[in-house]
Design a protein around this ligand. Structure first.
Ligand code: ZN
Length: 242
């Protein structure tokens, strides 16, 4: 048995689990399991659905009803957003996985575990909060939105990490906490490039960070992160940008 394997059976999942699946060889997609076969995750609408994705941070465009773009799934709830255009969606596990394997993100990973992982987006040394707190944050962000998708600073892994830990960076220039972005440092060209798809490819092909740098960047090691209650996250993020 591979002691570093993070594959998990659906029957083993518990509410508040942070799960992920590989979408491409080098890109993992993340979400929070909320029970009854449902996953809440943060997607880049522009890339996933080719639809309108813009949403000012936490601005509620409409509420009270769930919004859905037509999809092939037979589950009535699958693909719903509480806040239209927010990118925070509830999906069935099948649609979340898109035929990929189901994996459990590891918290309180040891140095050895971190070292054994040659790709990011699988573990952190940070500690997870109890499932009730994780569920509260996740449902709150589903109801209210989570701001605009940004590959470097606010991606699907950042969403799940925040739901699990409540941690947010006070460093205005480096908001992103996701381990798959921390795994690499951008090439000069990647810094200039703005196109999202291009950037994903460039990040994947840029130079891997040394282990010590990766360890220092890990959410469990960073000194610039603080716990932010989910109800205050919107105003906290606004104050950082002032
Ligand atoms: Zn579905």
């Amino acid at each position: 048995m591979d002691i570093f394997s993070q594959k998990i059976e659906r029957s083993e999942l518990k509410e508040g689990d942070h799960i992920y699946t590989w979408r491409k060889k080098f890109y993992s997609h993340h979400g929070i399991f909320v029970g009854e076969g449902k996953v809440i995750h943060f997607v880049n609408d522009k890339r996933e659905d080719e639809g309108s994705h813009f949403l000012a941070p936490f601005k509620i465009l409409s509420s009270g009803t769930d919004h859905k773009k037509k999809g092939p799934c037979s589950m009535s709830y699958c693909g719903l957003e509480k806040v239209a255009g927010s990118g925070v969606k509830v999906s069935c596990i099948d649609c979340f996985l898109k035929k990929g394997s189901l994996c459990l993100f590891k918290y309180q990973a040891s140095r050895e575990f971190l070292l054994a992982k040659t790709v990011g987006g699988t573990c952190t040394m940070a500690e997870s909060d109890p499932p009730e707190e994780v569920m509260h944050r996740t449902m709150y962000l589903y109801e209210n939105g989570y701001g605009k998708y940004d590959l470097r600073n606010n991606n699907c892994e950042d969403f799940a990490l925040y739901c699990k830990t409540g941690l947010w960076s006070t460093d205005k220039g480096s908001q992103g906490r996701s381990s798959q972005i921390n795994m690499v440092r951008p090439t000069r060209h990647a810094k200039k490039e703005r196109d999202m798809v291009e950037r994903i490819t460039q990040i994947a092909t840029s130079i891997p960070r040394s282990f010590s740098k990766r360890e220092n960047k890990d959410l469990g090691h960073r000194t610039d992160v603080v716990k932010v209650p989910v109800e205050e996250l919107s105003s906290f993020r606004r104050s950082l940008n002032q």
